[in-house]
Design a binder for this molecule. Sequence first.
Ligand code: NAD
Length: 285
Amino acid sequence: MPRTTRPLSGHPVMITGAASGIGRGLAQLLSRRGSPVAIADIDADGLKQTAAGLSGPVLTRVLDVADAADQLAFADEVRAWLPAPLAAVFNNAGVAVSSSVLDAVPADDEWLRRINFDGVVNGTRAFLPILVEQNSGAIVNTSSVFGLAGMPYQSAYCGAKFAVRGFTDALRQELRGTGVSAVTVHPGGIKTNIARNGRVRKDPEGKGRTHEQMAAEFEAIAMTTPEKAAEIICRGVERGKARILVGPDAYLFDILTRVSPTHYFDVLAVVMGAARGRAAKGAGR
Ligand SMILES: NC(=O)c1ccc[n+]([C@@H]2O[C@H](COP(=O)([O-])OP(=O)(O)OC[C@H]3O[C@@H](n4cnc5c(N)ncnc54)[C@H](O)[C@@H]3O)[C@@H](O)[C@H]2O)c1
């Protein structure tokens, strides 16, 4: 079946998690290209900063994506604000937790699940009716390469990101034959605040690293900038892709999990160990 192309430039979009990282990158890119942007985040100050850097029409909304009722209220506000059909809904907000399963703190895992999975479901349910009424537009849900591969000390994150992938794939089948699409985004490592803002009670690898050191290590090995990630995501949506891999490392995860669904980590552990070694050398450690 030929893919439907979906121009984004100049068309209104909604983005959650727009106060930082990939969400901010998407808002900046699309606003620069003439799109009116409705942007939401739980971080009011960060959201203000994003909005201050945009030149076109913008609707800002402080929102906890885990709050289903507030997502519905926000969707009503966006509907009333829309100057033209809504081209895309980016359910992008997310957080990180790093812990072994043995040491997992249930409240941390619950916090992550409520944002990374329920937040995506809430956003989809709230905004899908707008797209279905128009019979156009894309629901773009952010999973991760950790939604392709299970990684140690990332059980809550992987659980939520695999769930985003399953939920979005199921939605895609329901939307077959309509003008609305469902897209899953699988970023590799992107240099954002995600590790710094995540919850870590102790170094799960037992190396005694502080949260700050672990965040710095993540940022050193992450291969892609949020601006580049935003470009790749927008290009993928515009080309009508159902699944968007972001960054060269995302392609490696994709290939390895296809070729060796049970042994991919044998290779990933070596590749990631080498990347960490290079990063530590670069930092003079
Ligand atoms: N950075 C990476 O390497 C990477 C890799 C794969 C997937 N992702 C995913 O990309 C998405 C964006 O993350 P990022 O890397 O830009 O991180 P980031 O921390 O820079 O941005 C995440 C944004 O989400 C917001 N947020 C957190 N909780 C929220 C809530 N309850 N309601 C509304 N907003 C909330 C934060 O305030 C922040 O502005 C996330 O879903 C993340 O899981 C990131």
